[in-house]
Write a protein that binds this ligand. Sequence first.
Ligand SMILES: Cc1cc2nc3c(=O)[nH]c(=O)nc-3n(C[C@H](O)[C@H](O)[C@H](O)COP(=O)(O)OP(=O)(O)OC[C@H]3O[C@@H](n4cnc5c(N)ncnc54)[C@H](O)[C@@H]3O)c2cc1C
Length: 598
Amino acid sequence: MKTDQEATSDSRQIPAYDRVDVSVLIIGAGAAGARTAIELADRGVDDVLVLGKRGHGDAHTTWARGGINGALGTHDPEDNWAIHAADTINEGHFVNDPEKVETVTKQMPDRLRELDEWGMAFSRTDDGEIDQRYFGAQSFRRTAFAGDHTGESMLNTLVAKAQELNIPYRENVMITKILSDGTRAYGAVGFDMDTGEFVLFNAGCVVLAAGGYAAIYNRHTSRDDENNGDGPALAYDAGATLMDMEFVQFHPTGMAVDESDPDWEPWSGRLVTEAVRGEGGRLYNTNGERFMKRYSPDQMELDARDVVARAIAKEISEGRGTENGGVYLDISHRDAEFIAERLPRMYDRFLELGVDMAAEPVEVAPTAHYGMGGVRVDAYGESDISGLFAIGETMAGVHGANRLGGNSLAETVAYGVVAGERIADRIDGPGGLPEEIINSVFEPHVADLAATAGRSGTYDVDSVLAELRELMWNHAGILRTEESIQAGLDQLDTLREKAADIRIGDGTDESFELAIDLGFMLTAAESVLSGALERTESRGAHYRSDYPDVDDDWQRNICFERADIGRMRLSTASVAPPSKAVQSALDSGYELDYHQLE
Ligand SMILES: Cc1cc2nc3c(=O)[nH]c(=O)nc-3n(C[C@H](O)[C@H](O)[C@H](O)COP(=O)(O)OP(=O)(O)OC[C@H]3O[C@@H](n4cnc5c(N)ncnc54)[C@H](O)[C@@H]3O)c2cc1C
């Protein structure tokens, strides 16, 4: 049912808005959102709406390159789901939720076969099997891939399947608030980015599949307008708990470029996929030394991302980096045909910029890539707020303190199925949206938004966003100290004041979207900084120079909740032990031996 409404209240101007009633509202049209919708449709729930901030099929998933994990055992038959889980927990430094890790790793062989059946263009072995490559810190070759455009191929496949099932999608709608009374979700509020019209979504269940928060850093692998923390911030605002936000993955190999050169500048920080190292790429400093021998003689370039990123950062800070602030990544010992087949997009990108990877190295340096934290959810992806699910990159729990490459695409489809199944079991229509929620949550929010549109102010939104991203890089980057994090938190207060005084265009102007994103980013930034300050140890991607060791007492998750006044309320929660099967795989001590590659 849809009706146009115009409402007024004594104290505020409520703008006209559209109303949409659906059983399940899926916020996010990437792999996680699409797979949930497919599961719901398969289970007979047809009153579902999937929406995203961009055009159909244009979600961040399309940027995923190197691959997706699942213990198919194409090359290494001894691999299995329990060893996949053990690798995930080992490299997550034992703060992953073991149950969630199992949920993902047990399902993945089936999920990969299903994607294959639905037409995903997996790269194949000579005898037609789904090929699998090495990825960092994984004991066996278990990363399936479609060249180096795995995410694009995967999302195209999921979108085609969703279209075949006639699942309704809506493009270019930005969600600004979840309708909640602090215990239950009733829907969401958004606006149509093409027309500026506000929309009230009444839904029996809301699934947040809105991506992550790595783009709150100034050097990052995401698009500037994605991964700004919308998912976690929307859930937090609705009263849900966040977890593990301090764990931000810095990918070792982002492009290091001459930023004064306009051809190269836009590529600064962009991902050079781990698959380059998975296919044999080697790292050298400016002395020509293959320095990973000193940091990780067994796993070399394919040690976990946190280890390789810190090694590169150290080489650069100790003066063995290039003029562009990087080190060299060299795969020129492979021939051009091999590189073009296994890494086609990387090869073409560098060729267009005048660098032939088959003949010379490329320059790389660490870059913010992935937030391991997100919304704390139960085994089915439901948050503390009944009826509010959070899955894919928006959820926390699978990756612990450091994500294995290839595990996040895995998480999107595995949790899409789990959440879809759970919702299908209990959904019973759009549910009744209480008048009280319309009056006390929806109306004040749209009135505020409408008043914000076209506002004059002292600061330009782009400059405040840039300041925030620089703050995060400088104060919650690869190496952290109490003094620096505290200074970052103090500066965040000043930035909040600036954010309240920015110039904003109307509802169809990009500055309106960015102003809302800025609010989401401030929430994500505060949680990262406060978690980083709280965790007085080093674990995985979180490295405190003033507490350089792992502290066993900190084998806990930090949770972030809204406080009535002041900053976020932090608490900690214990981690459950792994199952017997996974513990036994951990005890067996499987480990990738890099030298098999040579
Ligand atoms: C460059 C790059 C390479 C990567 N390579 C790999 C890889 O090889 N293997 C791997 O496993 N992982 C990889 N990852 C990570 C992986 O791509 C993501 O974690 C995964 O695709 C996330 O999928 P998702 O469905 O959770 O979110 P996304 O694909 O990010 O989709 C989020 C959706 O939410 C929508 N949205 C966001 N905010 C709002 C809002 N406020 N209102 C409405 N809609 C909103 C967006 O428009 C989008 O539709 C890579 C990431 C990057 C950045």
